[in-house]
Design a protein around this ligand. Structure first.
Ligand code: MG
Length: 395
């Protein structure tokens, strides 16, 4: 029996993870659920899955969720808390073996580190945690003998392709990118992109932040950084190929030139289930991949001119231990401003590039500590907000 906790249970990955749990009641027990603000959905999840520990971001949300539950569901909860303490309580509950981190942004970093210290297996769907503090998280996991299993579809694919292969056999990792909704758009047309355009992703249904990141290709940039930490692979051995059909989820090139790909339908229940079942494989009732119905599969190189965010991620990865944290923070601020229609789509990379310039001026600490990463994160947020205000005053 896998006894799981989900951080971010009401988001799109969390909901898919609970669908996997519901499909395997004999193999998965849901012990903990942590949500952000969606009290009514959390209450419904508690009703269905009967966890022992729950949390929400705020106290009033927690009260609303508890008010929305039946008394038997409420009686099954041993511990309910809110905020950072609540997230940590769910992540470290003694009844939990595996913690699925599916929150957005960097809110769950502390909880993930606490879960590692408590010896829990980590299934990671949130890439920002590794982008911000990949070196620290992986070092903590190694020290504690804890596995960090990737749920992000590309990394899950690579994890499947690598399965037990010695590092010396692997030459290169190839991440596929759908290319987002603006793949064929001209630079001029990109200038006029509105939030609604960016939120219409061609192949995957996801949250707002990650959908915009897919449109700028920053999502792929963050994934390159994520891959660097998950698989211990240097940046120059991680490449990106645009593959609009999202049938091949990613590939591994071996030392003899042979390339192994993982393919499947675009449904996150598949990688989530593999993380839950690993190292085993369980049956699933998901529809099979029908290659003949897929038709043509296309592959092309990403365009660094129209989509500079990918190059910025490589720059951050090569530039020193605190730069990815600055990149990630600046991106969060820029995407938020774009969604609020305070920043043009094509100005997102410019804001991030300035935050990297600013971060490069700081002498890098070696070895990097959590405080250094937090400082770089906070500094990049300030720098980007300032820049966005300047750009707005010019409009
Ligand atoms: Mg992905």
């Amino acid at each position: 029996m896998r006894r799981i906790a989900i951080l971010g249970s009401t988001g799109s990955i969390g909901v898919s993870a609970l669908a996997v749990a519901a499909a395997h009641p004999d193999r998965i027990e849901v012990v903990g659920l942590a949500a952000g603000a969606n009290a009514s959905r959390l209450a419904a999840q508690v009703e269905r899955h009967r966890p022992r520990v729950i949390s929400l971001a705020a106290d009033d949300g927690l009260a609303a969720a508890q008010a929305g539950m039946s008394s038997p569901a409420r009686a099954g909860i041993e511990h309910a808390a809110s905020g950072a303490a609540g997230l940590r309580a769910v992540a470290t509950h003694p009844g939990v073996d595996l913690v699925l981190c599916a929150t957005t942004g960097t809110t769950a970093l502390d909880a993930v580190l606490a879960a590692i210290e408590a010896g829990k297996t980590i299934a990671l769907a949130n890439k920002e945690v590794l982008v911000m503090a990949g070196g620290l998280v992986m070092a903590a996991a190694r020290r504690r003998g804890v596995a960090v299993l990737p749920v992000d579809s590309e990394h899950n694919a690579i994890h499947q392709c690598l399965h037990g292969r010695p590092a010396g056999e692997v030459r290169r990792l190839l991440l596929t990118a759908s290319g987002g909704p603006f793949r064929g758009w001209s630079a001029e047309r990109l200038d006029g992109v509105r939030p609604a355009d960016a939120l219409a992703h061609p192949t995957w249904r996801m949250g707002r932040k990650i959908t915009v990141d897919s449109a700028t290709l920053m999502n792929k940039g963050l994934e390159v950084i994520e891959a660097r930490w998950l698989f211990g692979m240097p940046a120059d051995r991680i490449d990106v190929v645009v593959h609009p059909q999202s049938v091949v989820h990613s590939l591994v090139e071996l030392c003899d030139g042979s390339v192994i790909a993982q393919m499947g339908i675009t449904d996150m229940r598949l990688p989530i289930q593999y993380a839950f079942s690993y190292p085993d494989r369980w049956d699933s009732r998901l529809p099979p991949l029908d290659l003949a119905a897929c038709g043509r599969l296309e592959f092309s190189p990403p365009d660094p001119e129209r989509f500079p965010c990918l190059g910025l991620a490589y720059r951050a990865l090569r530039g020193g231990p605190a730069l990815p944290a600055a990149l990630n923070a600046a991106n969060e601020v820029a995407v938020e401003a774009f969604l609020a229609e305070r920043l043009a789509f094509t100005a997102i990379p410019a804001v991030i590039a300035e935050a990297l310039d600013d971060a490069e001026g700081e002498a890098p600490a070696d070895p990097v500590r959590l405080d250094d990463v937090r400082r770089a994160h906070a500094r990049a947020i300030r720098c980007s907000r300032l820049r966005i205000t300047e750009l707005q005053s010019r409009r």
